[in-house]
Unconditional design. Structure first.
Length: 542
């Protein structure tokens, strides 16, 4: 089985067709669900506008419909599922009704069964959710992984207090997520994690500071518990006779090392226990020491449900070893994969949108430029692109837009075609230093292309007050098209460079790595770059 691989597509199909039994050491999943959003808008543009392409991709999954009904029937007919799981799903269905929450639980049930199958006997799974559905999911996990394999319900404080009480909020602020930790069996990989001591605890118990070194320490009891009955030796130490926990020889070594302290003559000597030699506090089930990703954090991508790398690193360190395989079947912007790569684990990521795959490739290439990984499910050559266009022209459009670093756009199930298939973002050296500008992307999935296509694109960029128009086409442009594109003139950058306002790229060129000719590119889910001074000049960091 391949590892260090990104799969594009439905994770249920990919799990069944590509991931072997008992092949994965750790599963982390953060399945998108937000009861107050439109089916969890995963990505937003740099301007804050939701990604309608993402809404479309998930709409069928989160609404009850024929797919949900078919999946519930499959659950009831499955020979792999225990009767308790089937009974629970039918009970929930009769209690909750055929609604969005039930569609979510049905979708999760069938996938959790597959995730259990691919886990090794020593493997673990962490299901990340919020209180909206955590109680239902725990019941579901109990029937699939068994109650005796439940390990921990972790509470992660993901944000500080809400500030909307004055605006009329009439309930407690929700500031935590839930992580349900289960194992497949009774013998699982576990590496203890220790957290730092609370500052108040340190001040209270490690109140002594060694003048020579500045090291903090506390004093520990040297007497032997149980006295003579437990075989502890009795002898004199600094004028005090007691039953001690160390032999006379060891005690003399500790005295020479300066580890034995007598505060005043006649007092019982004590052991000097240094703070910097302590491992820390064993990790508990309430995590308050990992905060959310701050607005100016370097890792922030502008992805609303992005989790901090420190959170994923903690999970991976605790429940896997170097060289183990980590699987994230809803990998979104890929933080789990980034953490796995950083910690020398192998990884498998799955996502249902080309936008997610594009972002993950960008992150991996930027952070680990020398690693090798594989992408499965996206076109690799022109014929593959044509096949995708024949199968699903909207997925083809979203793939093509993502291929040049753009943001797919448009709910293709609603309304007429606006002439916009995506946006490409950039910034310029202008007075508005942090303003993100945009190019309109139009994709032609097949058939003959004519100069009228260029005229239409010109009207769109005028209507949208965009700076560029980019046409991506499967077919070679005609000479009249090239001539028509030239009539739109140039975009003049503050750097003194002129860029054609309408640019035509063939899919074959895109597959060969060609990019639009624009000023400084901005990732489609990244905040505007911050200007910094370098040798007297302004330089923008992406």
């Amino acid at each position: 089985m391949d590892t260090n691989i990104l799969y594009y597509g439905d994770n249920l199909k990919i799990l069944r067709e590509h991931i072997h039994d008992s092949s994965v050491d750790l599963v982390y999943l953060d399945p998108p669900f937000n009861s107050k959003a439109t089916y969890n808008v995963l990505f937003k543009e740099p301007t804050g506008k939701p990604s309608e392409a993402q809404i479309t991709a998930f709409e069928d999954t989160w609404r009850w419909g024929i797919e949900s009904e078919r999946t519930l029937l499959e659950i009831n007919n499955s020979k792999l599922l225990p009767p308790s799981t089937k009974d629970l799903m039918n009970l929930l269905s009769s209690s909750l009704g055929r609604n969005d929450m039930m569609a979510y639980l049905v979708m999760m049930c069938i996938r959790l069964v597959e995730l259990r199958r691919v886990l090794k006997e020593t493997g673990s799974i962490y299901l990340h959710c919020d209180p909206t559905a955590s109680h239902y999911l725990k019941l579901l996990m109990d029937t699939i992984f068994l109650p005796e394999n439940f390990r921990t319900e972790i509470i992660w404080k993901r944000s500080s207090a809400h500030s909307d009480t004055k605006q009329g909020r009439r309930q407690h602020g929700r500031i935590h997520d839930v992580l349900l930790f289960y194992t497949k069996g009774q013998d699982w990989i576990w590496n203890p994690i220790y957290a730092e001591y609370d500052p108040g605890y340190v001040e209270q118990f490690y109140k002594y500071v060694e003048p020579e070194t500045g090291r903090r320490y506390r004093l520990g009891d040297l007497t032997g518990p149980g006295g003579a009955a437990k075989g502890n030796p009795s002898y004199d130490v600094m004028g005090v006779t007691r039953y001690w926990r160390y032999s006379r020889e060891r005690m003399e070594e500790l005295i020479k090392e300066g580890r034995i302290v007598q505060s005043s003559p006649g007092t019982v000597p004590a052991y000097k226990r240094y703070l910097d030699e302590m491992l820390g506090v064993p990790l508990q089930d309430v995590w308050t020491d990992i905060g959310p990703i701050a607005a100016q954090a370097a890792e922030r991508l502008g992805y609303p449900t992005q989790k901090p790398s420190a959170l994923l690193e903690r999970i991976i360190q605790a429940s896997s070893n170097e060289g183990d395989v980590v699987l994230d079947p809803f990998c979104g912007c890929g933080t789990a994969l980034i953490a796995a790569q950083k910690l020398n684990r192998k990884w498998i990521g799955i996502d249902i949108t080309h936008l997610s795959i594009g972002i993950m490739k960008w992150r991996l290439d930027t952070m680990f430029p020398v690693i090798k990984y594989k992408v499965t499910g996206e076109p690799e050559d022109l014929e593959g692109a044509r096949e995708l266009a024949r199968e699903n022209k909207y997925e083809f459009q979203w793939w093509a837009v993502s291929k040049i670093g753009g943001q797919p756009y448009g709910d293709k199930k609603k309304g007429a075609d606006t002439g916009i298939d995506g946006y490409l973002y950039f910034t310029d050296y202008s007075a508005e230093k942090d303003k993100v500008k945009k190019a309109i992307i139009s994709v032609k999935a097949g058939g003959q292309v004519h100069s009228s296509v260029i005229r239409d694109l010109g009207h769109v960029i005028d209507r949208e007050k965009a700076d560029f128009g980019i046409l991506l086409t499967l077919e070679e442009p005609t000479q009249p098209m090239v001539k028509e594109s030239a009539t739109k003139g140039f975009y003049s950058s503050q750097t003194g460079h002129d860029y054609p306002r309408i640019q035509i790229l063939t899919i074959e060129q895109v597959l060969q790595g060609k990019k639009p000719n624009i000023p400084v590119w901005v990732a489609p889910i990244q905040a505007p770059p911050t200007p910094v001074k370098v040798e007297g000049k302004t330089r923008r960091l992406l």
